[in-house]
Design a protein around this ligand. Structure first.
Ligand code: FES
Length: 341
């Protein structure tokens, strides 16, 4: 894994990602500082080269960082969303990385100009929550840092449980220290054995009314929290994966061909079984912005106004799925699927 990216399949807050109706040029930002956050974890602070304010973002948002040609990774913003002067991300140099986190650690140096997308948020705070329970595993703490800043500003009721191996592996310890002292943040060290860490099942067994749960972390942590929260009310559980979850995708061999229609022009295009909607649109000359191409980053979000999508993403909740489709991975149950492009 490279770092927290997205994937919030039951979010009830409004997503603010922009449909992929055209090219969105990334920002060219100055890497202002690289800081040591914890063992194997570096912080990267980006600023506008002229000192201009950066595009605003909301807590839980992420950016795409173009680390090298063809190497783009998503990272959650860990700073204060009210601070328009910088984007802060933290990156774990993970041996299991597909190359992104290692390249971030080994090649980026302060002073460089780096292409960074405008923030998108697929992990927003729920508007109707009375209380916020935050659970972070390892580097999954990064979106929680921005979320905590926002919740503090609102004087909201919140609690963080942050699971790490050891104190030296604990990012943002000094920022969290006042919250630990105040009894709102709890840091659990398990020495690498989850059985010796937080009792996730016990913590989540009786959700208090009005409480929303947000969690982010590595695969085993995500599975443990998902199982422990299985009985929480619909719409109260929100999560963000580092990458697309494995093992829950339909077999591509079962794909059927279908048609899409471009609403603005009426153009109808055939999507063969072995091609994606994005492939077909690009072949037809349409510019489609993508990043993960695996249904978890939200870049290719596209509104639709007819037909029934066969949603294969891990981002959208039921309400969003009535209006949007992620066209890098999803298909259609009925033809034509009318895309609002
Ligand atoms: S969800 Fe990432 S490009 Fe489609």
């Amino acid at each position: 894994m490279d770092a927290p990216t997205l994937t919030d399949s039951t979010q009830s807050g409004a997503i603010d990602t922009t449909p992929s109706a055209g090219p969105k040029a990334p920002l060219s930002l100055r890497l202002n500082a690289v800081t040591y956050e914890a063992e194997d974890i570096l912080g990267f602070e980006f600023v506008h080269p002229t000192g201009a304010p950066l595009p605003a973002y909301t807590a839980g948002a992420h950016v795409d960082v173009q680390i090298a040609d063809g190497l783009i990774r998503q990272y959650s913003l860990a700073g204060d969303p009210a601070d328009r002067g910088r984007y802060l991300i933290a990156v774990l140099n993970d041996p299991a990385s597909r190359g992104g986190s290692r390249a971030m650690h080994e090649t980026l140096r302060p002073g460089q100009l780096v292409k960074v997308s405008e923030p998108r948020n697929l992990f927003p705070l729920a508007a109707d929550a009375e209380r916020h329970m935050l659970l972070a595993g390892g580097i999954g703490v990064t979106p929680m840092m921005a979320i905590i800043e926002e919740l503090e500003r609102r004087s909201a009721d919140w609690e963080l449980h942050y699971c790490t191996r050891a104190p030296e592996k604990t990012a943002f310890a000094s920022r969290l220290a006042p919250h630990v002292a105040a009894g709102r943040a709890h840091i659990h060290h398990d020495g690498g054995d989850p059985a010796k860490g937080l009792d996730i099942k016990g913590l989540l067994k009786s959700p208090a009314p009005g409480t929303h749960l947000y969690y982010c972390g590595p695969t085993g942590f995500m599975t443990a929290v998902a199982e422990a929260a299985a009985a929480w009310p619909d719409g109260t559980v929100h999560f963000e994966y580092f990458a697309a979850p494995v093992g829950d995708k339909p077999d591509a061999g079962d794909n059927q061909a279908f048609q899409i229609q471009i609403r603005r022009t009426g153009e109808i295009l055939e999507v063969p079984a072995d091609k994606t909607i994005v492939d077909v649109l690009r072949n037809a000359g349409h510019y489609i912005d993508t990043s993960c191409e695996d249904g978890f980053c939200g870049t290719c979000l596209t509104p639709f106004s007819g037909g029934e999508p066969d949603h294969r993403d891990t981002v959208l909740d039921d309400a969003d799925r009535k209006r949007y489709v992620l066209i890098c991975c999803s298909r259609a149950k009925t033809s034509p699927l009318i895309l609002d492009l």
